[in-house]
Design a protein around this ligand. Structure first.
Ligand code: B12
Length: 152
């Protein structure tokens, strides 16, 4: 699908339902805004259905999920399954990535990435992954989904 976007590409930023941490979200909001995105930050402990409704309302070019409390591999898999099964194909097909501390095993949590990809995420950033790659990954995902015009 190709479409012309005449606003700054929008990102819905959120954590998962169990996760009370917020500085990770503040950090990512600032980084994404610096990269040229408009960010809707949903804050901590967001229910799956609230994330899906925010996507329906904001029609973002991408969803970015940050999680650090250790439950992200479970909550994230459930969350992305909910988004991908939405009745609206535009909502269900929104590019989505997740990152942070996905479990409680530090860099060994890299093994959890495969499950999150299988569940429906387009990209996974494990603990310690290069943050510098966030911008280029988002651009790739948006270009695949919407065409060249959306790049921030
Ligand atoms: C502050 C803090 C809290 C505060 C949070 C306050 C707030 N308003 O945010 C409070 C006290 C509430 C808290 C609670 C808990 N915490 Co806490 N907390 C921390 C602490 C000390 C700092 C987190 C922080 O703010 N970092 C600053 C931000 C900017 O960095 P960050 O979160 O690490 O995010 C970076 C990266 O992870 C990455 N990143 C994150 N998300 C994403 C997403 C993408 C896409 C990408 C690319 C990158 C990325 O980029 C960020 C910048 O580098 C960490 C330990 C630590 N030193 O990291 C523990 C820590 C995160 N907490 C932990 C735990 C276990 C808990 C509790 C479960 C404790 C408990 N038993 O109650 C609860 C969780 C409650 C819940 N429901 O979620 C563990 C998680 C264990 C794990 N995953 O391995 C940690 C790691 C402590 C530890 N070593 O055990 N916590």
């Amino acid at each position: 699908m190709s479409s012309v976007v005449n606003h700054r590409p929008r990102i819905v930023l959120s954590t998962v339902s169990s996760d009370a941490h917020t500085w990770n979200l503040v950090f990512l909001q600032l980084l994404l805004e610096e990269l040229g995105y408009e960010v809707r930050n949903l804050g901590a402990c967001v229910r799956d259905e609230d994330l899906v409704e925010a996507v329906r309302d904001a029609r973002p070019e991408a969803v970015v999920i940050s999680t650090v409390n250790g439950h992200g591999h479970l909550d994230g898999a459930r969350l992305i399954a909910r988004l991908r099964s939405d009745r609206d194909p535009a909502v269900a097909g929104t590019p989505a990535l997740i990152g942070g501390k996905l479990g409680v095993a530090g860099t060994a949590d890299a093994s959890l990435a495969e499950g999150l990809l299988t569940a429906g995420f387009d990209a996974v950033f494990t603990d310690g992954a290069a943050l510098a790659e966030l911008g280029s990954t988002l651009k790739e995902l948006m270009t695949d989904q919407f065409g060249e015009e959306v790049a921030a």
